[in-house]
Design a protein around this ligand. Sequence first.
Ligand SMILES: CC(C)(COP(=O)(O)OP(=O)(O)OC[C@H]1O[C@@H](n2cnc3c(N)ncnc32)[C@H](O)[C@@H]1OP(=O)(O)O)[C@@H](O)C(=O)NCCC(=O)NCCS
Length: 154
Amino acid sequence: MNVAIRRMTLEDVPTVHEIDTISFSLPWAERSFRFELTENPVSRSWVAESGGRIAAMLVLWLIIDEAHIATIATHPDFRRQGIGEQLMIAALLSARAEGAAHAFLEVRAGNAGALSLYKKYGFVVAGGRPRYYKDNNEDAILMNLDDLNGLEAS
Ligand SMILES: CC(C)(COP(=O)(O)OP(=O)(O)OC[C@H]1O[C@@H](n2cnc3c(N)ncnc32)[C@H](O)[C@@H]1OP(=O)(O)O)[C@@H](O)C(=O)NCCC(=O)NCCS
């Protein structure tokens, strides 16, 4: 599958918000994505395109030497095609080029697919936040990738 990965633009936001809404029980407001693009200096927002459609989106916060994956989702029509991993790796490699040494994220304890994705690329469980997600009181798992130097493009 031919996938093009590029930075998110304001024109992408309605589609990105649609993917977010389909993918999460607590989606971001559309204006949150606009904020990331226009006002948040630590934000690096990305999309993956396939066949002329936006297939996946990711927002990363680069805070000094830490890359924090704030959100990532692939549209259901495009899941399990390797797009999410390509997008995540591209965003992390770009953050590494900008000085990130390690990466961090939070994931729902019951999100087996996402946990597998992160473990596949070396993220390890670094802690938890009990009942963090307010819609169903699900725990958050905190994950770390200690050394971004080992990361290769998929
Ligand atoms: C998690 C998510 C982003 C994965 O995106 P994707 O494009 O389908 O993922 P990929 O096809 O690149 O999968 C890469 C690897 O992740 C793991 N994986 C992804 N989805 C999985 C699933 N449903 N079950 C088990 N493993 C899964 C596998 O290890 C897979 O590698 P493999 O295909 O070689 O086995 C996608 O399922 C999604 O958008 N989910 C809803 C939103 C979400 O939960 N985001 C994460 C929040 S922390």
